[in-house]
Design a protein around this ligand. Structure first.
Ligand code: FES
Length: 194
């Protein structure tokens, strides 16, 4: 591209090239006090400033696009990892679940009530979002559409149309509590210490 068309400040109005002395005077007008204005169209340095600004702008936009794309890829990969969560795993030892507690372990919640320990599948029966235990309110709440469930898993309010799923807990020889997320059990199932 012809430099004269990009650097229009090198020309006086009417398209007549500015005398070199005039440009030099313009440059000399830039003092430390007005150096902030250096990027404004004064003198020969202007073209560099504007082009530099555009170059940095383009670079920044490209960088932000790359970062955004990287985040999307990362989210996609994490979602894949969640799907690969084991369905049978060691949830913990008995002492990790004191009476009255509600503890998140991987894809389940382990709850200890007066009758023993039970596990609730951690995905909402409405559309499968992960829900959370609200300690102050003492209920489970789904962040997606607001369904609420009691500590026992019973439905308090929808849009979910059914209670939380109870899943099997067993104890092995080492007294470890094993959860099997794929095995549903009735809601009165309890694992006891004996
Ligand atoms: Fe939980 Fe909709 S997915 S309320």
């Amino acid at each position: 591209m012809n430099r004269d068309y990009r650097c229009q400040t090198d020309r006086m109005s009417g398209g007549i090239p500015a005398p070199r002395e005039s440009l030099q005077q313009n440059i000399e007008r830039i003092t430390p006090q007005n150096s902030f204005n250096h990027a404004l169209p004064v003198g020969r340095g202007t073209c560099f400033d504007r082009r530099g600004f555009l170059r940095w702008g383009t670079l920044s936009v490209s960088l932000l696009s790359v970062l955004g794309f990287a985040r999307i890829i990362q989210a996609f990969l994490s979602a894949g990892r969640e799907e690969r969560e084991p369905t049978r795993f060691m949830a913990g030892l008995w002492d990790e679940f004191p009476r009255g507690s509600v503890v998140r372990k991987r894809s389940i919640f382990v709850v200890h009530d007066q009758n023993g320990i039970y596990a609730l599948k951690g995905s909402c029966p409405h559309l499968g979002c992960g829900f959370r235990w609200i300690q102050e309110k003492e209920y489970f709440e789904c962040p997606c559409h607001g369904s609420r469930f009691e500590r026992s898993g019973h439905l308090i309010s929808g849009p979910a149309g059914k209670p939380l799923q109870h899943v099997l807990l067993t104890k092995n020889m080492k007294n470890e509590i094993i959860a099997d997320v794929l095995k549903a059990v009735p809601d009165d199932f309890r694992l006891t210490q004996g």
